[in-house]
Design a protein. Sequence first.
Length: 210
Amino acid sequence: MKRTNHLLTLLIVIIIFTACKKEEERILTPEEIKYKQQISHIREAHDFYMKTNPDSPFNSKEKVKFQPLKYFEPNMEYIFKSKLFRYDTIDTVKIFSTKGEERTFTRYGYFNIEYENTIHKLNVYKGFLPDIGEYYSVWFTDETTNKETYGVGRYLNMRIVDDPENIYTIDFNAAYNPYCAYSKDFSCAIPRKEDHIGFAIKAGEKKFYD
């Protein structure tokens, strides 16, 4: 009987291992191959900028040795589509930064993204900087935060168009770390509690420091 149980356990392990290998070796579609190549080129350009640009955190006062940034594998599962829903009341909110100062942003609107049959709200904030003018950002935490990804949270840049019916693409493969993830010279906005997304977004940039 013990031998039979041992053989049965071994058979189950082999089946599971084979299934995992088949999943790993799944043939990518032409669309997936093209997308993976595009993301790879974008990441190469971003790494080059971070390594060479004088405004990069790797070239700030506190010298940080450059290493290639760490990313999840490109995954089209984390690309979503949504209208931008404007809030009925446009409020200004105080956002704290990693150095403790307050910043003022406009809570501009939100996206609804659906994952595993659950709708999650993703806020869009409008800010202003003298050198660039108005800009729009998404920042968030998720179930990977402080595990695989930076403990403060991650960001997405948004370009807003003047069309209330426009459908936006929210691609978390483009999620990146703010500069404070690399150097204490920088201060960055901390996502609020309402900016938490309740699932693991295994896409975009990972933690730089283990």
